[in-house]
Design a binder for this molecule. Structure first.
Ligand SMILES: Cc1cc2nc3c(=O)[nH]c(=O)nc-3n(C[C@H](O)[C@H](O)[C@H](O)COP(=O)(O)OP(=O)(O)OC[C@H]3O[C@@H](n4cnc5c(N)ncnc54)[C@H](O)[C@@H]3O)c2cc1C
Length: 447
């Protein structure tokens, strides 16, 4: 049975996340956006409220919740402040490679610390010269006895200023591309680790973003998350599980923009009537709701696939680019409904729009998601319909069915080039339309 309803536990979680979003996140959002700072205390409160790190398995001290629950929570937080949603969720991005790596030693060493002792962990594939092309990363990992020595710079790393631990992707050989990539857990306090200045941004200013420089950082082999050749796959598996959450951010932001728009349209008068009375406004609102609902369905399907042990890669990609681009359309329409006020910092839509703009960029741009989906369609997708040359296009046939629907009449042959259908016992000599030889005609009826 297909069931779209949330369980009582999920509804309770949603209620708690909603309360936290309205009581803690919303009042903090504009101040910390203005001063361009991550309020760590909000993360601490989120951790204490049990709405952070929810996907750490129970045996390592976590709540053991699934991605569906993660999506439910993050939609609520992002509805109040997408930047703080990024900051809160970033821990899951950071520890997800540990959870899926199968490395028991690292799971036992780091996951309980993150779950119980409010430790932060960031995730670093990107570099100053490389973001989309993960296989092209250049941070080097050289074997030295039992250890690895890391050298390189990571860039754009969310939460790096507050992170205690870092999931670092590096390569043993740049030339080897995918086959050279490995991953490590690095501790911030280790010698040779430096975090750069906070990068000033258009939006999501309540999240911290900075570079990480690694100079001769000695990492014990036991902190290797993925050996060379397995790091790239680990990064991709991580993204497949975290992209539905980015989609959930977008759903939350779009939902708030829609709600603010409904409220404003009911209050603002132009030409003697309320904005909501105009069909032009109503159509915008209807499309906003359509985008929010369809995005949420896709996001939850990707999360559900992951929780069900299926490979969520394709749904996660479709969900990410659909939900994030839809959210931008919603934000754009919302700002239009607000008119001049929408463009000011004193109304909520301006910040939501700036924050939402990032969603089509991080964790794989919209272009990268399209490349993933197109790659799947062109190589692995299994079509239901027959190849075009086998489609029984019975144009101009003289009674091809008897009274019971069984094939009758003449055999149909289809031209492989122009599609003309010839009827008769044999193929024609040549096609009367495109003159191709009749030998290439394929029998399409009876099947
Ligand atoms: C605020 C913020 C936070 C971030 N947080 C993190 C983090 O925590 N950890 C982390 O590792 N990274 C993080 N990133 C990095 C982010 O993932 C990258 O910015 C993103 O992957 C794009 O990489 P890039 O910026 O190098 O763009 P590029 O890869 O240089 O791409 C530039 C443009 O070209 C397009 N493009 C590239 N290749 C192709 C192609 N083959 N065909 C068509 N179009 C193409 C891209 O889609 C993009 O539009 C963050 C980025 C930002 C801005």
């Amino acid at each position: 049975m297909l069931d779209f309803s949330l369980s009582p536990e999920q509804l309770d979680l949603q209620k708690r996340a909603r309360r936290f979003a309205k009581e803690v996140v919303l009042p903090a959002a504009w101040h910390y956006d203005e001063i361009d700072e991550l309020p760590l205390w909000v993360l601490k409160k989120a951790s204490d409220a049990g709405i952070m790190n929810s996907d750490i398995p129970k045996e390592y001290g976590g709540a053991g919740l699934g991605l569906v629950e993660g999506a439910i929570v993050t939609e609520e937080i992002a509805a109040a402040c997408p930047g703080l949603a990024t900051s809160i969720f970033d821990n899951s991005l950071g520890f997800e490679p540990i959870v899926i790596s199968g490395n028991e030693h690292l799971k036992k060493k780091y996951l309980p610390e993150i779950a119980k002792n409010f430790k932060q962990i960031c995730f670093a594939t990107s570099e100053p010269m490389m973001g989309s092309d993960v296989a092209g990363l250049q941070c080097r990992a050289e074997k030295d006895g039992d250890d690895y020595i890391l050298n390189g710079t990571k860039y754009w790393i969310t939460n790096s200023a507050v992170a205690d631990y870092m999931t670092i992707f590096a390569t043993v050989d740049i030339e080897k591309k995918h086959d050279g990539i490995c991953a490590f857990i690095v501790e911030k306090e280790w010698e040779g680790v430096r975090v750069g200045r906070h990068i000033p941004k258009l939006g999501q200013r309540t999240s911290n973003t900075a570079g990480i420089n690694l100079t001769d950082v000695r990492v014990p082999s036991e902190n290797m998350l993925a050996p060379p050749g397995e790091g790239f796959i680990l990064a991709m598996k991580t993204f497949s599980r975290t992209r539905p959450i980015i989609g959930a951010f977008a759903v939350g932001a779009a939902r708030s923009a829609m709600e603010y728009s409904i409220d404003y349209a009911k209050k603002r008068k132009t030409f003697g009537s309320k904005l909501h009375s105009y069909q032009a406004t109503q159509f915008k609102l209807a499309e906003m709701y359509q985008r929010v609902e369809t995005s949420r369905l896709l996001v939850l399907k990707g999360a559900w696939e992951a929780d069900s042990g299926m490979d969520p890669t394709i749904t996660a990609s479709i969900g990410k680019f659909y939900a994030t681009e839809s959210a931008m359309q919603v934000l754009n329409d919302a700002l239009q409904i607000f008119g001049g006020y929408g463009y000011t910092k004193m109304f909520p839509v301006e910040k939501l729009l700036r924050d939402t703009r990032l969603f089509t960029i991080y964790e794989g741009t919209s272009e990268i998601q399209r490349m993933i989906v197109a790659g799947y369609l062109l190589s692995a997708y299994e079509p239901v319909m027959p190849p075009i040359e086998d489609v029984p296009v019975l144009l101009g046939a003289d009674q091809p069915f008897d009274a019971d629907g069984n094939p009758s009449g003449e055999t149909a042959w289809r031209c492989p080039l122009c599609g003309y259908v010839h009827y008769g016992e044999e193929q024609p000599e040549e096609c009367p339309y495109c003159f191709v030889t009749g030998k290439g005609f394929k029998k399409v009826w009876p099947g």
